[in-house]
Design a binder for this molecule. Structure first.
Ligand code: COA
Length: 204
């Protein structure tokens, strides 16, 4: 993982202040670490039982994709939510690949905080817009995405090849809803990204 490139211009104090804000509200929002991966895979199986990410795919995102943004939220010593996104730098766009909060922890703004942090990190890595796919009947996710200005751009009947329709939604990172929600956080992203396999550093 290219930790030096992805650390961008974020200072350690920016990193601490983001984490302090999350901790003050009773949960820690932070970059995923290697030791979180099994918990994230368990959470993914709980939330997306029909199509969970295999553990090795999560590991590959952490180790081999410098453009991946992989965040977790931890409360009660439990990984209760995670978000994964990837920046397609040459198109200046990013895809949100996963956003999940364990059922017992929903309705406490954890999904909101994960999404805000992911969007800020996408912006700090040069993305100008973010795309997501969502089931058309997923009211909770649709409600959350609309808060941040996502709107439907298209739909696909067989997005995952299983005859399940998906809506594709998009938001401009410089758009008013996101700027209003993130303010200055949009420019500095969510802290420094930990190193990984390719950088020779442990994901700490
Ligand atoms: C979508 C999900 C991540 C939301 O997480 P959460 O922590 O419960 O959400 P929050 O408490 O942060 O709520 C943020 C916003 O989401 C929307 N929302 C959350 N739950 C909702 C519900 N049951 N119905 C409608 N809107 C809802 C609201 O707009 C809410 O904002 P508000 O509190 O100002 O009304 C969570 O429901 C989840 O993991 N669902 C299953 C996985 C999934 O569908 N992921 C998205 C794949 S595209």
């Amino acid at each position: 993982m290219n930790s030096s490139g992805d650390a961008s211009t974020v200072s350690r104090s920016d990193h601490r202040s983001d984490q302090d804000r999350a901790s003050a509200a009773g949960a820690e929002l932070r970059w995923a670490r290697r030791e979180d991966l099994e918990s994230v895979a368990d959470l993914d199986r709980e939330v997306f039982p029909e199509m969970p990410y295999p553990l090795f795919v999560l590991r590959q995102h952490m180790d081999a994709r410098p453009q991946s943004i992989f965040l977790v939220i931890e409360a009660d010593e439990t990984i209760c939510g995670y978000a994964l996104a990837t920046v397609v730098s040459n198109h200046r766009k990013a895809w949100l690949l996963a956003l999940a909060v364990s059922e017992d922890y929903r309705g406490q703004s954890y999904g909101d905080r994960l999404l805000a942090a992911v969007l800020a990190s996408c912006a700090s890595r040069g993305a100008r817009r973010v795309l997501i796919t969502v089931r058309p009947n997923n009211e909770a996710a649709l409600g959350l995405y609309k808060k941040y200005g996502f709107h439907k751009t298209s739909s696909e009947e067989n997005y995952y090849g299983n005859r399940e329709p998906r809506e594709i939604m998009q938001a401009k990172l410089q758009g008013d809803p996101i700027r209003a929600r993130l303010g200055g956080g949009l420019s500095h992203g969510f802290g420094s990204k930990p190193g990984g396999l390719l950088s020779g550093e442990a994901g700490s």
